[in-house]
Write a protein that binds this ligand. Structure first.
Ligand code: NIG
Length: 407
């Protein structure tokens, strides 16, 4: 089955060759994009959708979420708004509730959260474990996560559970827990921060997970300056996430990590060794009243930036990337194009999904080009500028995931 969508106001492909088209059209064939060009040259298809001048962008690629959890932390949020600082301690509250929830409920809630994200234009999602924090519960959360999202990250190193010795727990994360989650995950992450895991413990986790064949990412520099960025670059992690507290040398390290990489004429198909993406989480920064991550400085230094929601019950209880994009434009100094790019292509780059079919047969996401996954987000507006111009408005009017219209 093929579908032609024509009469598109602004068609933002986020692809270096195609750029942005006006009065463009796109043809979807099964799960893939088979044609893009001007409306007047569009080929016939089995079905036809008239976009009536609305904008179409790649679906959002959310490269950082924590969607498998139970329980509620409203009281913690209220206390924070009354002046208390965020500390990672609240993770234990969610851990308790998650351990006590059954598989059916965790799956149902996870699917509900994915549905919320899709309803706002997200078409590709990563999520992390990290609220089980023992062997059985981490494996259970990883298994459930693998049934509800596209990519799963092992975050056993999220917090040391009360009563456990930090080094003993780290050793468990690196051995039995890793073995138990391994069938369900392709990434590993570590919360390298004062109050969570030290540099040495983080290094042990990254070494063990790399040896197990997992791609790496790091929660770093969220609550203060620290070793997160340095470790991420040293281990060639795909991303370092949060990055609120950066020194100039952290920024330079990240920029340097991309020095062997060429984006190429077509931004979706770069060549050479990839570096570490800086993932900024604007909704988390607002919800924790943290200094906003220096996205402008990172981009100016040549560091690829991803914008993600960090949807989780503690620091960012929203999966709205439209909200994150609006915040990046209104408060972080990004242009609309830069912010949309960071929440589409940037997310794909952080997940290693920016290129075409790879060895596991998955199609590129985050850009609209022939052969890429047909993940589209249509706005109830003529251009993406409206995302920042009309923040908070329900602008999503259509969502296609792998060629299937879901909204
Ligand atoms: O990415 N920083 C650590 N982990 C989550 C928060 C988890 C929580 O407080 O429940 C984050 O912000």
């Amino acid at each position: 089955m093929s579908e032609l969508i024509s009469n598109i106001g602004e068609l933002m492909t986020q692809d270096g060759e195609l750029g942005t088209l006006y009065n463009g059209a796109i043809v979807l064939e099964g799960e893939r994009i088979s044609w893009i060009g001007p409306s007047e040259q569009a080929p016939a298809a089995d079905t036809h959708t008239d976009a009536q001048g609305r904008a179409v962008l790649p679906g959002w690629v959310d490269s950082h979420t924590h969607l498998i959890f139970a329980g509620d932390r409203t009281a913690e949020f209220e206390a924070r708004m009354a002046g208390e600082k965020y500390s990672a301690g609240g993770i234990a509250v969610t851990m308790e509730a998650t351990r006590n929830a059954g598989d059916y409920d965790l799956t149902r809630m996870g699917l509900g959260r994915v549905g919320e994200a899709v309803s706002q234009g997200t078409t590709y999602l990563e999520t992390k474990t990290g609220y089980g924090l023992d062997v059985d519960n981490e494996a259970r959360c990883a298994r459930i996560a693998s049934t509800v999202v596209d990519e799963v990250t092992y975050l056993g190193a999220h917090l040391v559970p009360a009563g456990m010795d930090a080094d003993e727990y780290t050793a468990l994360v690196c051995t039995d827990m890793l073995d138990a989650v391994r069938p369900y995950v392709s990434w590993a992450d570590v919360f390298c921060e004062r109050g969570a895991f030290t540099e040495e413990q983080s290094r042990a986790v990254l070494n063990a997970c790399r040896a197990a064949g997992l791609g790496l990412r790091v929660h770093g520099n969220q609550l203060g300056h620290g070793a997160g960025v340095g470790l991420a670059v040293e281990f060639k992690a795909a991303s370092v996430d949060h990055v609120n507290f950066l020194t100039d040398s952290d920024v330079a390290l990240l920029a340097q990590s991309w020095s062997g990489w060429q984006a190429g004429a077509n931004a979706g198909r770069g060549a050479g060794e990839r570096g570490t993406v800086a993932t900024v989480l604007p909704a988390c920064d607002l919800s924790t009243r943290a200094p906003l991550a220096p996205a402008r400085q990172l981009l100016d230094a040549g560091v690829p930036v991803a914008i993600a929601s960090n949807a989780n019950p503690g620091t960012s209880y929203t999966s709205s990337l439209a909200f994150c994009v609006a915040t990046a434009v209104l408060q972080m100094g990004l242009s609309v194009h830069e912010a949309v790019r960071a929440a589409t292509y940037g997310g794909a780059l952080a997940l290693g999904r920016e290129t075409g079919l790879d060895q596991d047969g998955k199609r590129a996401v985050g850009t609209l080009a022939v052969g890429h996954r047909a993940d589209l987000h249509m706005l109830r507006a003529p251009s993406a500028t409206h995302l920042a111009y009309r923040p908070g408005m329900p602008l999503t009017s259509g969502v296609w995931r792998a060629g299937v219209r879901e909204i």
